[in-house]
Ligand binder design. Structure first.
Ligand code: F6P
Length: 344
């Protein structure tokens, strides 16, 4: 058997441990592994490198992806030639299966290929943790750890300068990173894409914190929080067609509003890609290794159109369709639960 593996979308810690888990299991089965370069672009162009034991033995501690990544989407309207090239390369390279490590975009492509008859299997990665049919995606725990450590550091400056500090974290359309890092970092307020922004309520709360005698506050804001946008706001799209959220300036907007409405000196920090780099956390190393091995098992059993998933700490196979049909967003109940902690 000859299997092609690729990593697509935003990189995150855990991709390399997952590649390693897959390859080590595949070697046990006696398969040949090819790593396609830079996401689906590798299959469009037919560019790959063979993956042997020496390539993966030391990568469990490495962030990023040894295969490179991109947001290439061969199903994007107008890219019909890319899809044709992908199908041709899969056939001509003699691939018995394609294993895609990615989030909703990358796995959405895997699902569509499966529907066209390509034997495809998925592995759930994304720091956003917004894939359905799995309790967690790898990359999320590591990103939350970085965000929480950053909040801890920013707290020192907030306290020393009697300020409000707004910390903008990633997460696109789901607020998981903001919610978890906000709880772990003891935030005084958290804003999410899933919850209507109420600036007045937030500012009143920040004032009450000050009246209580605490001289600083921390606000954790998800980059996807809905804020008023001017009509000429930058709408730059990435290769998958998503708006680049960083350009919306959620942290900056909130910091200005807070300072104007409360009179408290306020600063903001945008963590950006810092959250996606560095060595994977222990949780992500173990999760990614288990999911990578499971992907090989799914291929072995001919369970195509499936994704390796963690549910109640069991590694199982689920339908790719169920994982990508809709986003897993933060439920209202979890936000309400977190709000109790703002009073601290
Ligand atoms: O989906 C992962 C993610 O890191 C989002 O949280 C973020 O909005 C986006 O990717 C950033 O993408 P890029 O690396 O293309 O700037």
């Amino acid at each position: 058997m000859r299997i092609g593996i690729l990593t697509g979308g935003g990189d995150c810690p855990g991709l390399n441990p997952a590649i390693r888990g897959f390859v080590l299991k595949a070697l046990e089965y006696g398969w040949e592994c090819r790593g396609y370069l830079n996401g689906w672009k590798g299959l469009v162009e037919g560019s790959y490198k063979p993956l042997v034991l020496e390539d993966v033995q030391d990568i469990i501690i490495q962030g990023g992806t040894i295969l490179g990544s991109s947001r290439t989407n061969p199903f994007r309207p107008g890219k019909e030639a890319d899809l044709e090239a992908t199908l041709k390369n899969i056939k001509e390279h003699g691939l018995d299966a394609v294993v895609a490590l990615g989030g909703e975009d990358t796995l959405g492509v895997a699902n569509k290929l499966h529907k066209l008859g390509i034997p495809a299997v998925g592995v759930p990665k994304t720091m956003d943790n917004d894939l359905n049919a799995t309790d967690f995606t790898f990359g999320f725990d590591s990103a939350v750890a970085v965000a929480t450590e950053s909040i801890d550091r920013l707290r020192d400056t907030a306290r020393s300068h009697n300020r409000v500090m707004v910390v903008e974290v990633m997460g696109r359309h789901a607020g998981w990173v903001a919610l978890y890092s906000g709880i772990a970092g003891g935030a005084d307020w958290i804003t999410l894409p899933e919850v209507d922004l109420n600036v007045e309520e937030m500012c009143n709360h920040l004032l009450s914190v000050r009246e209580r005698g605490r001289n600083y506050s921390i606000v954790v804001a998800s980059e996807g929080t809905e804020i008023p946008q001017s009509e000429d706001a930058d709408q730059t799209l990435d290769a998958f067609g998503h708006m680049i959220l960083r350009d919306r300036g959620v942290g900056e907007y909130l910091a200005k509003e807070i300072e104007i409405r409360t009179g408290i000196e306020t600063r903001f920090a945008v963590l950006g890609h810092i959250q996606r780099g560095g060595a994977p956390s222990v949780f992500d190393r173990v999760l990614a290794s288990r999911l990578g091995m499971k992907a090989a098992e799914l291929v072995k059993n001919g369970e195509f159109g499936k994704m390796a998933s963690i549910q109640s700490n069991q590694i199982v196979g689920v339908n790719l369709e169920d994982a990508v049909a809709s986003l897993k967003t933060v439920p209202d109940t979890m936000y309400e639960e977190a709000k109790v902690l703002f009073k601290r």
